[in-house]
Design a protein around this ligand. Sequence first.
Ligand code: ZN
Length: 413
Amino acid sequence: MNQELLQRYARLIVRTGANVQPGQRVELCAQVDQEALAAMIAQECYAAGAQYVDLLWQSAAMDRLHYLHADTDTLGEVRPWQEERARQRTEDLPVRIFLESEDPDALNGIDPGKLTEVTQRRQRVLKKYREALDGKHQWCIAAAASPAWATKVFPGVPEEEAVERLWQAIVDCVYLDTGRDPAEVWAEHNANLSRRADWLNRMAFTSLEYHSANGTDFTVGLISGAKWAGAGDTNHTNDTFYVPNLPTEEVFTSPMRGVCQGTLVSVKPLSWSGQLIEDFSITYEDGKAVSCKARVGQESLEQLLHMDEGAAMLGEVALVPKESPINTSGLLFYSTLFDENACCHVAAGHGFPEVLDDFLSLSKEELTARGVNDSMLHVDYMVGADDLSITGVQADGTRVPIFVDGTWADNVG
Ligand code: ZN
C-alpha cells in the first residue's frame, strides 16, 4: 500500500474514527508487525493535539506461545500492575485506538476450555474497570493487513500479493479512495446511518420478527425507550462525536434481555477466540439459548454460549443491508470488525448501556433490570440472509416492514 494512502488512513482513524481532541491522552494498541502505520497514527494524534500517545504492542504469536506453555493459573492471574493500569485508565479516560492485524488462526488448536477459563478469571478482576469506561471515552478499532491475515483471506495467493489485495479491500470498505475527501464521505455516511436510526426511534417498535428460507424464524423484544444508533457515538464526558468502528455499516440497539424466541441461522462463519465456527444455528426459548448446532466448532460454540449467564442472551441486534461494501467484496475477512458489517447480525452477550438516555446515572443492577444484558463477552454472529425479512411490531400491534430481501424496505426514512 502506498505511503500517501497509509497517511490518509492514519488521518481517518485519528480524526474521523477516534476524533482525538487537544490535551487528550491516547492509548494505541497494535500488533508488532505494524510499526510504520502505528507511528503514522501516533504522529496524527500529536498533530491533533494529543497530550501523550501510549503504545501497547501486541503479538498474536506470543499469545499462542503463552497458551501452549504457561498454565491456566499463571495466565488467568491479573498481576497487581496490570490491575493498576486498568484502574488508572478509568481516571485518565484515554482515547483508545486498536489496530487489528492478527492472524485469525493464531490460537488454532488451543484447548477452548483453557481459553475460556483464562478469560473468565481475568474478566472477573478487569470487568469492573472496563464498565467504568462505558460512555466516557472515545475509541476506534481499525484494521491493517498482515501477511498471516492476508494469506488466510486469500488462500493460495502469494504472500505479497495477498497483502496488497487485503489492503485494497480495507481501503474500499472504509471509503478511503473514492476520489473525494474521506472525511466528507464519512460525514455523509454517518448522516445516512443516523437518518435510519432516527426513523427506527420514531417508530418505537416493541419487537422485531425475522424470517428467512434458511430456517431463521425468530422474534426479539426491544427495550422501551432504548435508542437505535448509527455509526457514531458520543463521549459523554466531553461531548465528542466519534466512530468506534472503521468500517461500519450498521444501525443497532440492545434488545430486551431475556425476551426472544425461535431460531437464528447464521450465514457466515464466526471466528471466535482463534477458532472457526461454521454453519451453525442457535435456538432461543424465553430469551435464552437452549440449543445450538454447528457443522464445525460445536464445542467452541457451546463454550461461547456458556461463558456466563449473559452469554446465552442477546446484547445487540444490528441492521446492515446486503449492499454493504463488505458483503459485495464477496470476501470472508475472518475478522468481526469486517464480517459483522456484511449483513444483519445479533450479538451474544454484553449489551450497550448507552442505548438508555439516563445510563450514566444507573447502577449495573438497574441497567440489567431495565433489560440491557450483562456478560463478559460480546460476540456478533451474522444472520443477514439475502432473503431476510425483518418486520417491526408496534405497541398497538401495527406491523411495519424494516428489511425486505436483505435490505432496507422502501418505507424506511
Ligand atoms: Zn454490531
